[in-house]
Design a protein. Structure first.
Length: 464
């Protein structure tokens, strides 16, 4: 089976190496297209883990293409920002600050199941601006706390799942994708989207622009999500009696607020302020994230061993750095402009109303989500094509970028494998796959309609 998965990965570079290149492209750019397709097949078919297959492809490709071109992505600031986002998120776990925030909210406001759902949403929302890995944030901080509450109330995956745990599990995935859409730094994938949009669509999508665009549609979805899931997948337990005791026990286990937690709060606030004021100060969001991480290391909130142990960050660094470098090489070689001319011959969206054209692009992106097991893999491999296709329409490039950027988050709800947060919540065993996919699909449809009929007019109102 593994050998069959390797066949297209081997064939694409060979085909593009030996076939004549189009007049609009150089031979090297045409050969890099074959490497790009091999990487795409590697991410979809996964004969090996993402990082391993990228290294294998790069290793053999370096025999024919300059390593300076192939490995250029590893030196990109964006790649290092993604690593910093993963590790910053780890700081909330290591220091215990993430758990403390959740327990404090529970102790004060936890009264019934619906309120508990809103508390879970609010906890994830507080952490989202500075935790670029939603898998680590939602799956490693928020969800475990609220799952513990469910189990303390005798709602386990094997007994009484519908009592409370199933509701919180389904809601967690929906909330995680909502908070990921609200902030550019709420999900590592967002920074990839921004980088590709800025390069291909020639726009300037910054942190504050993203937030202003997201606050109404994404904020509305988050506001109603606990109630919607409460109606779509109602818990059997409505009123909670001993949640205060659960919170008190958790806080006692954490002990007094530590020095590291206090410092993390300070850097968290400064980091969010840095991202919000980037358009005024001229400091890029990437720099803010790197300084955030540097401060955590400088003041020993995190150790070097903590950085080394964050394997997910380094795996992402390897596979994304490889893919990003190839995508940049294709952009510099004029491939995406060439692709526009090719697409025009087969798919003509130029006659469509700009709203309809954007809706079609988003629907294309949603249909493709079933093929991908990672939001980042989906964006880095598929968005260049969608952005290029968008250039053939009458729609404004900024509106195209925003519509697709937000769909990258909520589109993951279609499956349980579309995002790391989905894998963690689904694997808990509280919700059957059919129900998980069904409710997720309903939420995707609701998101699509909200962004189309509320988001787009709102962005026009803002003058984006």
């Amino acid at each position: 089976m593994k050998l069959l998965k390797l066949v297209p990965i081997i064939l694409f570079p060979i085909i593009f190496w030996f076939t004549p290149h189009p007049a609009a492209l150089t031979a090297q750019t045409w050969a890099i297209v074959g490497i790009y397709l091999a990487m795409l097949c590697g991410l979809v078919l996964r004969p090996y883990t993402d990082a391993v297959i990228m290294l294998i492809i790069l290793g053999f490709a370096s025999l024919f293409i300059s390593p300076k071109v192939l490995f250029a992505g590893f030196g990109g600031p964006l790649v290092w920002f993604i690593i910093s986002a993963f590790i910053i998120c780890k700081a909330f776990v290591i220091t215990g600050l993430g758990k403390r925030i959740a327990y404090l909210l529970l102790r004060r406001y936890g009264k019934n199941t619906l309120t508990l759902g809103y508390l879970m949403m609010f906890t994830d929302l507080i952490l989202a601006p500075a935790t670029g890995s939603n898998m680590s944030r939602s799956g490693g901080i928020t969800y475990p706390i609220f799952r513990n509450i469910a189990e303390a109330l005798n709602s386990t995956p094997t007994q009484g799942s519908r009592k409370l745990g199933a509701y919180l599990t389904m809601l967690m995935y929906v909330v995680s994708m909502g908070t990921s859409a609200l902030f550019m730094t709420g999900m590592a994938t967002n920074s990839i989207t921004v980088s590709l949009a800025n390069k291909i669509l020639n726009i300037n999508l910054e942190w504050m622009v993203w937030f202003k665009a997201a606050i109404v549609p994404a904020g509305l979805i988050l506001l109603v999500a606990p109630l919607l899931i409460y109606k779509l997948y109602p818990p059997e337990l409505k009123v909670i009696d001993n949640v205060r005791e659960v919170a008190e026990k958790g806080l006692r286990e954490l002990g007094p607020v530590k020095r590291e937690e206090k410092l993390l709060i300070i850097f968290f606030v400064l980091g969010v302020l840095g991202w919000m004021t980037g358009s005024l100060t001229g400091i890029k969001y990437i720099s803010v994230g790197l300084v955030f991480l540097s401060s955590l290391l400088l003041f020993k909130v995190l150790s070097w061993q903590d950085v080394v142990n964050e394997k997910g960050a380094w795996q992402t660094f390897v596979w994304y750095g490889a893919f990003y470098g190839i995508a940049v090489a294709l952009a510099h070689g004029g491939f995406y402009l060439y692709l526009v001319d090719v697409i025009k011959n087969y798919v003509d969206l130029s006659h469509l109303n700009s709203y309809v054209a954007i809706a079609v692009l988003v629907l294309f992106s949603l249909a493709a989500r079933y093929l991908f097991v990672s939001s980042s893999a989906f964006v880095v491999s598929f968005f260049p094509v969608l952005f290029t296709l968008g250039m053939t329409t009458s729609a404004d490039p900024m509106l195209i970028a925003l519509s697709l950027a937000f769909s990258a988050a909520y589109g993951a709800l279609l499956t349980h494998y579309g995002n790391g947060a989905g894998v963690i919540t689904f694997s808990s065993g509280y919700v059957p796959q059919k129900k998980f996919w069904g409710i997720g699909t309903v939420m995707v449809l609701i998101n699509f309609l909200v962004y189309l009929f509320i988001g787009l007019p709102y962005w026009h109102f803002l003058g984006l």
